[in-house]
Design a protein. Structure first.
Lengths: 265, 265
């Protein structure tokens, strides 16, 4: 997503040239390219797919919409398996239109996970619940903290459901360090993503994520924290940023690697 | 602030005409009008001043800036006492330029409170720490949750330091109901403010608060929650909203009363 301007062939080529060993993919470009063709492309480039983004949106109350969401998540699990990644990232969904009931929405996510988790487990895919910043609680994700995500995940085996730690969403939360340790203890850190927090936020607040080092997040401390909790998996940089999308994608990748070395490694 | 287009004389007159018995004031218009003159104006209108907004911004590291902040807060306490309100609302402040250290910033707030709390107590003014939504954590307020605010407040007597419950800032937080009960038990709910949460957020995210009933917050449940915790003080409606400021202030006040009756009372 950081360089969504790059078509998959250019992306895989640039990753190889820059020594980036793995890449997190989004479903839309993969579907447009063809899931099997994308899997082949990534394999041929010697890359691993670190995660597939995203399933989720499991909060609907309307039965037909709910059934569509479950079917789409089954498809996403199949796509993850076909791409050879063990991690499907879930963005849980916001409040349905007209609803003011957060606990009920969170409960519907748990219900949906009880259907999806065994299906994922049978295919070697782990569902990774990503808490989103509380500013997205109404329209994207009623799961706002790592603690909430873990409360949901712990109903299921750790090789079926875990969490994603994303610095952009959790940097402000003084209970997050304890939740990271808790997630590590039960083997539930299924992903680790980096973005920096910069202000002022743009209208709609979706595409204002900061480049590594541009903001207030102590990214190195976060890496050390997840590693101290036992995480040894891939580290993804996920920047929704209009400015970066307007630039040359390969140049953005190169800059991101340099910033990773300077501010994280 | 909901009707900041109304000069103080028009505001007090409109409150009286609409049966609004109290008003929360901000320091800037009070200072412009003159503190003593404003106090007289409000008294003559038969209104109480529910709170003064705002002190705080206590996170600076620079010694001179820190001294200025403390002096300004002493002034704010004096102004609150002169206005006859027992509540000064504190917005704690964000990270200083270049800092990534949230715990250190929170610790400096505690240090400043140890200076300000006794001074306030001697003047019959309670400091009310207002946690702000986590989207303001870097640039306005490193205190993001009611639990954090209580952790700070509980170092001091409850008649010196407490918290403000503002639905706009806390509606998403599943730990907030427990914190409200905890604050009530120790007599630390020093204010209760209402605004609704609406999306999309505007650029800068400051002035996008929703009118009562326009958003996703169960405002009535929040009123019942603070009252169940023992709160019997004033209920303020605080809407930072460019659209409301562009309208006729008296009409906005009248509409707000009607919406309060429909969605809160």
């Amino acid at each position: 997503m950081t360089v969504k301007q790059l078509p998959l062939p250019e992306l895989t080529k640039a990753c190889g040239a820059l020594g980036i060993g793995g890449v997190g993919l989004w479903r839309e470009p993969v579907q447009a390219y063809g899931v099997d063709a994308a899997a082949q492309l990534v394999r041929d480039a010697g890359l691993t797919v670190t995660s597939l983004c995203r399933g989720g949106f499991l909060t609907a109350t309307d039965p037909a919409e709910r059934a569509r969401a479950l079917a789409d998540n089954h498809t996403a699990i199949d796509e993850a398996a076909a791409l050879g990644t063990d991690t499907l990232i879930l963005v849980s969904g916001g409040l349905p239109p007209g609803s003011r009931d957060l606990p009920a929405a969170r409960s519907r996510i748990a219900d949906a996970l009880s259907v999806l988790a065994p299906y994922a487990g049978e295919r070697g895919v782990r569902l990774a619940i990503e808490p989103l910043h509380p500013m997205f609680a109404s329209d994207r994700c009623v799961v706002s903290t790592l603690t909430q995500a873990l409360d949901l995940a712990e109903h299921f085996p750790s090789d079926q459901v875990g969490v994603v730690v994303d610095t952009y969403h959790t940097w402000w939360d003084d209970t997050a360090p304890l939740a990271v340790a808790r997630a590590g203890t039960s083997g539930r850190i299924h992903g680790f993503q980096l973005a920096d927090w910069v202000t002022p936020l743009p209208a709609g607040v979706l595409n204002g994520r900061g480049r590594l080092g541009d903001g207030v997040v102590d990214l190195r401390a976060w890496r050390e924290r997840v590693e101290a909790a036992g995480y040894g998996g891939p580290i993804e940089v996920e920047l929704f940023n209009e400015g970066l999308w307007a630039r040359d994608g390969v140049e953005v990748l190169r800059e991101t690697v340099a910033r990773y070395v300077e501010y994280v490694a």
